[in-house]
Design a protein around this ligand. Structure first.
Ligand SMILES: Cc1cc2nc3c(=O)[nH]c(=O)nc-3n(C[C@H](O)[C@H](O)[C@H](O)COP(=O)(O)OP(=O)(O)OC[C@H]3O[C@@H](n4cnc5c(N)ncnc54)[C@H](O)[C@@H]3O)c2cc1C
Length: 269
């Protein structure tokens, strides 16, 4: 039997759940292939979900700045903190502006679940394709067809397939003739070339560095901790730098607080 709803949301992750919790429309269906909701939220922030940051600005994000600015203007980090605070979420602040759950990321999921009627969530149902027939979207899932007036694709990115990630969002976008930009990994460590294999012997050591990324159209500097790892380099500065890297040059200044001139000077004295 076909189900009919006003809004179908594909994906019961952070985006899909938050949307469902905020929607006034209640004739909705959230479809997810996992057996439980919010799997990625649960592992986020080392199990404590770094829910937001006190300094959210559009230029912290890659992409169309005007579009991002408009989203933040309508719902910013303070709106998010108030929304969860009113529902009893206890948070701790690390490094002055990073908001983590005091107890567990599970509390975030529990709050979202309380806001959403359980009969509007269909789990273990994999979306296979979405087509538009007249004015209605027809969603083919592993459990049958769903007809919806509106469809929200909140199926997330490609990282962590074990937590349910799939390319369905990109497939749907392409099938509706949207342009899909080349995908690249973000917030990942770098592996190194044979000439830097000696890094392995430094594995476990962390130091503050300045990393410069130079692409064809963008030069970006990132400061912070670099961690030598077994197969390359990691740590907060490297993870940040990976957001901007596009097979270009990476320069690492291991003495970011010292200039060449000050080093020459100290050699003389
Ligand atoms: C280890 C780790 C730690 C992180 N820590 C933080 C943190 O501390 N703070 C932070 O802000 N972010 C963190 N992130 C990032 C954050 O988890 C993601 O940005 C966020 O979960 C994305 O939400 P989403 O709703 O877009 O996608 P997802 O959470 O990935 O949800 C997408 C949902 O769609 C479902 N789905 C996919 N394909 C289909 C299909 N074909 N049919 C049906 N359902 C489908 C999936 O099962 C999934 O439940 C972390 C991520 C990881 C992996």
């Amino acid at each position: 039997m076909k189900k009919e709803v006003n809004i179908a949301i594909i994906g019961a992750g952070a985006s899909g759940l938050m949307l469902a919790a905020l929607l006034e429309e209640k004739n909705i269906l959230i479809i997810d292939k996992n057996s439980k909701v919010g799997s990625k939220i649960l592992v986020s922030g080392g199990g404590k979900c770094n829910i937001t940051n006190g300094k959210v600005k559009s230029n912290n994000y890659l992409g169309n700045q005007r579009f991002i600015r408009n989203i933040i203007k309508r719902f910013d980090q303070n709106d998010l903190l108030s929304w969860f605070g009113e529902r009893g979420l206890k948070l701790i602040v690390r490094k002055n502006n990073q908001y983590f759950c005091e107890n567990s990321a599970k509390e975030v999921i529990d709050i979202l679940k309380r806001e959403i009627p359980s009969d509007t969530i269909e789990l273990q149902s994999e979306v296979i394709k979405v087509e538009k027939k007249s004015d209605i979207f027809e969603i083919t899932t592993s459990k049958g067809k769903v007809l919806a007036q509106k469809v929200v694709v909140a199926s997330g990115g490609l990282s962590f397939p074990i937590l349910g990630a799939s390319p369905i969002g990109y497939d749907i976008a392409k099938s509706f003739n949207h342009e899909v930009h080349t995908l690249s990994a973000g917030l990942v460590g770098f592996t190194v070339q044979p000439e830097q294999f000696f890094f392995k012997t430094l594995s476990g050591i962390a130091i503050d560095v300045k990393i410069t990324i130079e692409n064809k159209d963008l030069k970006k500097e990132v400061k912070g901790a670099l961690l030598f790892a077994h197969k390359g380099i990691s740590g907060p500065a490297v993870l940040d730098a990976s957001l901007y890297w596009q097979k270009g040059k990476v320069s690492i200044d291991f003495l970011p607080t010292l200039s060449i001139d000050s080093l020459k000077l100290s050699k003389k004295t």
